[in-house]
Design a binder for this molecule. Structure first.
Ligand SMILES: Cc1cc2nc3c(=O)[nH]c(=O)nc-3n(C[C@H](O)[C@H](O)[C@H](O)COP(=O)(O)OP(=O)(O)OC[C@H]3O[C@@H](n4cnc5c(N)ncnc54)[C@H](O)[C@@H]3O)c2cc1C
Length: 263
């Protein structure tokens, strides 16, 4: 079996490398190696994201019909290796770009796709992920944040934790309980929640390292319109599994971690 890269893959590597040589400023290099860098500059990460978006790198694995490059998993791994080699910064809206945008492509309404996908990719709209709760981590179906219908809207009350980047996010893709009847995982909705509203409070969690990449999110009467419910009110678990598919499928960090430990 021949495991070497094909000619097409080698020329793709050249394309990525030469684009990085031409576009990634020297003073931006060697940031974010090994994953998060807590002191990284948000503005720089936003600018870098916009450059990658404009050069169509952020839809690398997307189907061509959806404006993507239709890159194979090997090409996506090559792209990540070259990013790590160049010491490229992280992008600011990484959770929206890698998890939410492709999920909306599969599960969102036309309105949600038109309203959000381009703004997520360009960095104009930054999303955080509101899944984990103090008593619902590995046991995610045990989540207790409630979403109730009131006056034609969804009203959310509860608490989320470990939400990466929530302190600079504009919106959150968040799981909340829409029903307490029947099996726990069947009564969950998937909501797009505006973080800049009075019913949302974000408190950063200080880590032992001094950094604060995670936050707690307190929801007290936060409101969500119907158009920001993805799927049906009981579809949240199914859609969350799609999100995890993109998270697990992401070859994203392996090359950076390898680089960080010098293998
Ligand atoms: C870098 C990073 C970024 C993250 N970002 C986000 C984010 O943006 N949004 C978000 O919602 N969450 C985020 N998380 C949270 C992550 O998803 C949680 O760590 C996860 O939900 C696990 O919850 P927990 O920490 O409460 O651990 P627990 O669920 O309490 O688990 C603790 C330990 O017990 C073990 N365990 C649990 N249940 C069982 C069982 N039944 N049998 C045997 N062993 C068990 C687990 O394997 C684990 O070792 C992030 C985590 C990390 C590390």
């Amino acid at each position: 079996m021949d495991l070497s890269f094909t000619k097409e893959e080698e020329s793709f590597r050249e394309e990525v490398r030469s684009w990085l040589d031409d576009n990634l400023p020297a003073e931006w290099r060697h940031r974010g190696v090994g994953g998060y860098r807590e002191d990284d500059d948000e503005d720089l990460q936003r600018r870098w994201q916009r450059m990658l978006h404009e050069a169509r790198w952020l839809k690398l694995g997307w189907p061509k019909e959806a404006g993507g490059r239709g890159a194979t998993p090997v090409m996506q791994a090559i792209y990540q290796e070259e990013m790590a080699r160049a010491g490229a910064p992280m992008i600011l809206g990484r959770l929206g770009v890698t998890l939410l945008a492709p999920t909306l492509l599969g599960h969102g309404t036309q309105w949600q796709q038109d309203e959000y996908i381009d703004r997520i990719l360009s960095g104009d709209l930054v999303f955080c992920q509101g899944f984990s709760e103090p008593d619902a981590g590995s046991d995610l179906a045990g989540l207790r944040t409630r979403a109730e219908r009131k006056d034609g809207k969804w009203v959310l009350n509860g608490q989320k934790t470990w939400s990466s980047g929530a302190h600079y996010a504009d919106k959150s893709f968040l799981l909340a309980r829409t029903s307490t009847e029947g099996e726990a995982h069947k009564g969950i909705g998937f909501f797009l929640v505006d973080m800049h509203q009075p019913g949302v409070e974000v408190r950063r969690i200080r880590q032992m390292t001094g950094g604060g990449e995670f936050s707690e999110i307190f929801l007290s009467g936060a409101e969500v319109d119907d158009r920001d419910l993805v799927g049906q009110p009981g579809d949240g678990w199914k859609i969350a599994m799609a999100v995890f598919g993109f998270e697990r499928g992401g070859l994203a960090q392996a090359a950076r971690f390898e680089r960080a430990v010098g293998t």
